[in-house]
Design a protein around this ligand. Structure first.
Ligand SMILES: NC(=O)c1ccc[n+]([C@@H]2O[C@H](COP(=O)([O-])OP(=O)(O)OC[C@H]3O[C@@H](n4cnc5c(N)ncnc54)[C@H](OP(=O)(O)O)[C@@H]3O)[C@@H](O)[C@H]2O)c1
Length: 252
């Protein structure tokens, strides 16, 4: 272990820090000297990285073991996990998109975030860590908007926000005052994910052309650093949900 790792007073895990919002979050961590760890399929070129494939439950336990081992030896002040990674899924109509891709979308974008959140909280509790422990679950305004073409995405984000609300109540009942949990709706951010879905046909994803227009005009859409800085500025929080905007503007 490097001295910088051993002596860091903060550890921040970010899943999906290789691009998009996760990349922005990783390069704007506000804690000086923090040990930052990326969890994704590709290693981050400048950060410690641990392999994670959201679509492969067989590798999730390795991430859980990594949380547990790291926290067991951690004597710092703060440990945060931002569950941000999202697999570009099979946007399209239910019953029309390929069945195997649909299953992978559910595994990666509904089941994996909940399991990762659970493994982090378990590791915090089992380690006896008494510093500040924070869990951020990256949600979306799709948790409340039934967006055509996104059955899995909308259901996954709604489930994730309910998971956060229940977990918060359980932590409060156990008087785990050092642990906070929140969901974040980041607003509309220009990322590979939003470019991917904006490139789709309106017949499969009716808000695609509106997203393309907003991105071309720079209207109501943020860059990853702006999005990341406003998220960090709001943390830690006692809110169950941090809401930074909608995915697209309504066209009245
Ligand atoms: N962008 C927006 O406007 C917006 C709005 C609302 C909510 N959000 C939410 O914000 C989060 C980040 O979105 P984004 O737009 O930044 O996405 P993005 O640009 O597509 O980045 C996704 C990240 O997730 C990782 N990832 C993808 N598939 C993975 C897999 N199978 N296993 C492990 N990691 C995987 C990628 O890393 P690798 O490819 O290296 O694995 C990448 O670093 C998501 O949860 C998304 O739902 C975004």
């Amino acid at each position: 272990m490097q001295n910088a790792e051993k002596d860091a007073s903060s550890i921040v895990w970010i899943s999906g820090a290789t691009e998009g919002i996760g990349l922005g979050l990783a390069r704007n961590i506000p804690y000086v000297g923090a040990r930052a760890i990326n969890l994704s399929r590709r290693p981050h070129p400048g950060l410690e990285s641990v392999f994670l494939d959201l679509a492969d439950p067989g590798c999730w336990n390795d991430v859980g073991a990594h949380f547990a081992e790291t926290l067991a030896g951690f004597r710092g002040d703060r440990a945060i996990f931002i569950q941000n990674a999202h697999m570009k899924g099979m946007t399209g109509f239910v019953g029309e998109v390929a069945a195997d891709a649909y299953l992978h979308d559910i595994t990666a974008n509904v089941a994996a975030p909940l399991r990762l959140g659970e493994m982090f909280l378990r590791a915090v509790k089992d380690s006896g860590f008494t510093g500040e422990a924070g869990l951020v679950m990256m949600s979306s305004s799709s948790a409340r908007s039934p967006t055509i073409g996104q059955t899995v995405y909308c259901a996954g984000k709604a489930a994730l926000e309910m998971w956060v609300r229940v977990a918060r109540r359980e932590l409060a009942m156990r008087e785990a005052r050092n642990i906070w949990v929140t969901a974040v709706r980041p607003g509309f951010v220009d990322t590979p994910l939003t470019r991917h879905v904006a490139a789709m046909a309106d017949s499969d994803y009716p808000i695609a052309s509106q997203m393309r227009r907003q991105m071309a005009q720079g209207v109501g859409v943020m860059d990853i650093d702006t999005a990341a800085k406003q998220i960090w500025a709001a943390l830690p929080t006692d809110q169950s949900l941090l809401l930074f905007g909608e995915q697209v503007r309504s066209e009245d």
